[in-house]
Design a protein around this ligand. Structure first.
Ligand code: WQD
Length: 343
């Protein structure tokens, strides 16, 4: 019999790619999603790619009764992967309470409901933002976390602290927190990818929307950082590589291979690229010119952030396969498919 995994936020960007990898690894998937920043069409697209339709329940995890009902109906699940959260950094600065309320109510209700229903394995969708402004690079999981610049980032840091307290108090319960660096790219089928609502915050969707003519030009936020070309350096990771790490992490919990009741892993490639590297690669991959302008720095940006990937390699046996060209060309294919569909 297939093991069942509950995926909250499974219609979202990273969630949907993870659902595909889970199905391809022979898991049964139940998606809980409120569709606040995603689309139910994703379910059909997952079917198109895998031939399987995952079970879908439209649930707002802020509602504790509905959350409990959903978990009760699937108490035979072996693990939960919790993606459901708001994630726009800029919006979180404008509306911190919306972020604290949504991200914490959802997390707490999911934890409570799953424990009450005897599901004791949990994967948390965290972020490299918990490292704040790092003083050591590449950054390892041993480094202290710092208060992130944004309320969004702070929800990730505090969530890790909640998991720390909870795994200590409930000996049955195990969790893995996966700290994502900068996920970009889309599934090779071109069927699923990121659906940013409104004006994108992140670099990659801003680039593809500019190239597609939806945005007039990309603003490059600062070229006076202490880096090789003055623009900030990040560790971009293909979303499919990232999704695969979730499957490995779930298997680690199911096989009880974890060494501590709460483990943390960086998910990055270990290689840093500057904003201009990304722009230049986009131009060469698409054989086009991107309209961009260098402007002032954006509040809260750190000069450089890239991962040490040793721990994930050693303990999970996971490493990335896809290069920056692949990440960028798949993002571009996805953007064009989105435009064709909307026209
Ligand atoms: C990358 C670089 C910008 C947009 C954020 C969150 C993090 C994670 C991923 C998600 C920076 C520059 C960007 C633009 C630009 N969370 N840039 N013009 O800030 O590293 O990380 O997204 O859910 O928690 O903090 O990613 O893609 O926004 O920026 O010049 O229009 O691109 O200044 O140097 P970031 P990003």
């Amino acid at each position: 019999m297939k093991e069942k995994i509950i995926v909250t936020g499974g219609c979202g960007y990273i969630g949907s790619h993870t659902v595909i990898e889970l199905i391809e690894n022979n898991f049964e998937v139940v998606i809980l999603d409120d569709l606040s920043n995603s689309n139910e069409k994703t379910i059909d697209r997952i079917n198109k790619i895998t031939g399987i339709t995952p079970k879908f329940l439209k649930v707002d995890l802020k509602d504790s009764l509905k959350t409990d009902e959903a978990f009760k109906a699937h108490k035979d699940a072996s693990a939960v992967i919790h993606f459901a959260a708001h994630k726009a950094v800029g919006e979180s600065v404008q509306q911190p309470l919306k972020y604290y309320k949504n991200n914490f109510y959802s997390l707490l209700n999911a934890l409570e409901a799953q424990s009450e229903n005897g599901i004791n394995n949990f994967i948390f969708s965290s972020s490299a933002t918990v490292y704040g402004t790092p003083n050591v690079l590449p950054i390892t999981e041993e480094n202290e976390t710092q208060r992130p610049f944004s309320p969004y980032g702070n929800t990730k840091k505090i969530a890790e602290e909640i998991l720390d307290d909870y795994t200590k108090s409930n000996k049955e319960f195990s969790a893995i927190s996966l700290r994502y660096f900068n996920p970009i790219g889309a599934h090779e089928s071109g069927e699923i990818g990121e659906l940013p609502s409104g004006i994108p915050n992140n670099l990659m969707p801003y680039i593809t929307q500019t190239a597609a003519g939806i945005r007039e030009k990309l603003m490059v936020y600062g070229n006076d950082y202490p880096t090789k070309d003055g623009t900030p350096i990040r560790d971009y990771i293909h979303v499919v590589d990232l999704a695969k790490a979730h499957v490995i992490a779930v298997k680690r919990l199911l096989k009880k291979e974890q060494e501590k009741s709460l483990e943390f892993f960086n998910l990055g490639t270990g290689v840093g690229y500057s904003v201009l590297d990304v722009i230049n690669t986009f131009e060469s991959v698409t054989n086009s010119k991107l309209n961009y302008e260098i402007v002032g720095r954006r509040d809260g940006d750190v000069p450089q952030l890239y991962a040490s990937t040793n721990l994930a390699k050693e303990k999970l046996g996971w490493s990335t396969n896809k290069a920056l060209d692949d990440m960028i060309s798949s993002s571009w294919v996805w953007e064009q498919n989105l435009r064709n569909e909307n026209n």
